[in-house]
Ligand binder design. Sequence first.
Ligand SMILES: *Cc1c(COP(=O)(O)O)cnc(C)c1O
Length: 228
Amino acid sequence: MTISQNLQRIQQRVHNACQRARRDPAHVRLVAVSKTKPAAMIEAALQAGQTLFGESYAQEFSSKFDELSDKVEWHFIGALQSNKVKYLRGKVQLIHSVDRLSLAREIDRQWGKIDRVADILLQLNLGGEASKAGADEEELETLLRQVAELPNLRVRGLMALPPYLEDPEQVRPYFRRLRELATLLRERKIPNVALRELSMGMSHDFEVAIEEGATLIRVGSAIFGERY
Ligand SMILES: *Cc1c(COP(=O)(O)O)cnc(C)c1O
């Protein structure tokens, strides 16, 4: 299978999942997760019409950005240390992985330097897994209210990386929970917050995520092959 064929198959599956859920496929964007894969593979995906890519490591992102910058819309999806934020400044259009106030403050500060506003998602740790990043459900509203006060940030939605479970149906409750939380928080009408985006679903469970309302799916290995 070529990258182009993989993309076509995934688009077809996205389309089918949208039909099942009676959703408009235009409201589900595919983030092609290219971490650890060479720029040549991104080029191949670009040739096939894919223009949105997700990266997880700040330095790796920087070098790919220098090679491909103008043609690509970049999202940052990985765990992020505050001292790496400067490598992303002004170069990524959405950061999916904001899970603490100190990180949000640093993004705000860096984007402020270039007089721009950063779009971000708040990442949740829905499974309560010690090994995973993400804010706890109980601290989400407080975090959201604090982040909403930062002038150079705009909260666009929520992101989750649920536990890996063999059967995607078992992940469904986590996806559903993320959607419910977004609905609850929308009702709070916090100024400067528009929780339209739900970033959830990966190679093995994106169809279930779409059925539960995902607007951004992050798919890596199903496009580019396994990572080693
Ligand atoms: C690597 C990664 C993905 C993609 O995972 P696949 O299983 O390869 O589709 C999605 N989201 C995050 C946060 C990742 O780090």
